[in-house]
Design a protein around this ligand. Structure first.
Ligand code: 3AL
Ligand code: ZN
Ligand code: ZN
Length: 441
């Protein structure tokens, strides 16, 4: 009889299509067997998951961990600990906010060496598209980037320039020929720059003014443009962090036309509004900005109906000093990679009857398939990596500042109460988070 490394018994498995009670046996980091009853099997380690739900180790396809160069904002070690505590076992790190940004092979190697040494969980790196690095895209692809990222409007970081339309189009032709995916921050540079200048000239510091200076139609305009380029170049496109279903409409139409496009939203667009931004201030500042409650509700409908492909945190941390004072001057970016699952459970599962399978899709199978990891990641299935998250759906907790593993402890969610607590996180069969602490700590 086989001797397994770990057997997890009596849990409710959250799969893509159903939630089923089953036992899981792990050998050499892989799921070796899933069966209704493995009580006769022998394991070196036995875990009783009675009363717990088991999610696939989640994939956060959108974080900014900022090393090298800005590790004082967030590092790979602190960021990946926060992920393990939040049930995320694979992250895709964005090419910007680190210095140098990941826009060529040397920068890739630099970041990859740090991540290899310091990350507690699995990861992949995004490569950047900026004016002038067309000749680096093939190298980056050969390095193993998960995809490429471009900004259609200012990124907030000088060394990561926005891609003008000529750069975008040329990059898309190149990426299509390489078989890659281009992720875009889709806001119109013209609209955000012009309206932003009017707001800052008036020094209007209200949340509403900030939100209206980066309006939904600015996202729609940028998305329509990139979809036209996608049609022309046949480049696969992933639209990140949409804030409204109005942005979704052209994407759904493009999908119907056969354009290869997927779309992401983030936990903050599903749980916070422009009124929250007014109360919370810069800690809840992001781009695109937070919207009205009706937009939040409509986005949930889209998530539940399957029209949103992936949910990523867009964890974009900074020094705490950069998230204080003037709203217009503060850093645009929300620290949120530890709390994505909590928000999906509290706001989605508990408050809106969202099936748990939606989480398994949007943070499991969908990103795994989109970015070519489905052989190892993204679902609880035999032969895949034993990346598993044990969650007590009924255990409530109030998020405290000290609970955060971030380099800079700040979050718009502190003080909120969430139902659904991560009890244990396994990466390839190894415990990386165990009830209140990361392992090794
Ligand atoms: N530079 C950077 O991380 N920007 C991110 N922050 C944010 O709120 N939206 C972004 O694109
Ligand atoms: Zn962005
Ligand atoms: Zn981002």
């Amino acid at each position: 009889m086989a001797l397994y490394d770990v057997i997890i018994r009596n849990g409710m498995l959250v799969k893509e299509e159903e939630v089923v009670k089953a036992d899981i046996a792990i050998i050499e980091g892989k799921i070796a067997k899933i069966a209704a009853d493995l009580s006769d099997a022998a394991g070196k380690e036995m875990v009783d998951a009675k009363g717990l739900h088991i999610f696939p180790g989640l994939i956060d396809s959108h974080v900014h961990f900022n090393e090298p160069g800005r590790g004082d904002w967030e590092g790979i070690e602190t960021g990946s600990k926060a992920l393990a505590a939040g049930g995320v076992t694979t992250f895709f790190d964005m090419p910007l906010n680190s210095h140098p940004p990941t826009i060529n092979k040397d920068a890739f190697d630099l970041k990859n060496n740090i991540a290899k040494e310091k990350s507690l969980v699995d990861y992949r790196l995004w490569g950047g598209v900026v004016p002038g690095n067309m000749d680096d895209l093939e190298d980056l692809m050969n390095c193993g980037v998960i995809g490429f990222k471009a900004f259609m409007s200012g990124s907030g970081i000088e060394d990561f320039e926005a891609a003008d339309d000529h750069t975008l189009f040329a990059a898309m032709e190149k990426i299509a020929s390489l078989g890659g995916v281009l992720a875009v921050h889709a806001e119109s540079d013209v609209i955000t720059a012009q309206l932003g200048k009017i707001t800052s000239d008036k020094n209007n510091q209200s949340a509403k003014a900030f939100s209206e200076s980066r309006p939904i139609y600015s996202e729609v305009e940028a998305v329509q443009r990139i979809l036209a380029y996608a049609e022309a170049t046949k480049c696969s496109v992933h639209i990140v962090h949409i804030s409204s279903v109005k942005v979704l409409e052209p994407i759904i139409n493009a999908k119907k036309k056969g354009i290869n496009v997927t779309v992401e939203t983030c936990p903050h667009y599903l749980s916070l509004t422009v009124d929250d931004l007014e109360v919370l201030g810069p800690i809840a500042k992001c781009a695109p900005p937070l919207r009205e409650q009706a937009e939040v509700d409509h986005l949930w409908d889209a998530v539940i109906s399957g029209n949103i492909d992936t949910i990523g945190s867009d964890h974009s941390p900074s020094l705490t000093s950069m998230k204080k004072g003037s709203l217009l001057e503060a850093w645009g970016g929300i620290s949120g990679c530890q709390t994505t699952l909590n928000i999906l459970l509290e706001e989605g599962y508990w408050k809106r009857d969202m099936p748990l399978t939606v989480i398994a899709k949007t943070m499991g199978t969908n990103p795994a398939k989109r970015f070519g990891l489905e052989a190892q990641k993204g679902s609880i299935a035999e032969y895949k990596d034993a990346d598993l998250v044990l969650v007590d759906l009924n255990e409530a907790f109030t998020l405290e500042l000290e609970d955060l593993y971030y380099r800079n402890k700040q979050s718009p969610y502190v003080g909120k109460t969430y139902r659904g607590k991560v009890k244990q996180t396994f990466l390839k069969g190894q415990l990386v988070f165990d009830d209140q602490k990361v392992v090794p700590s």
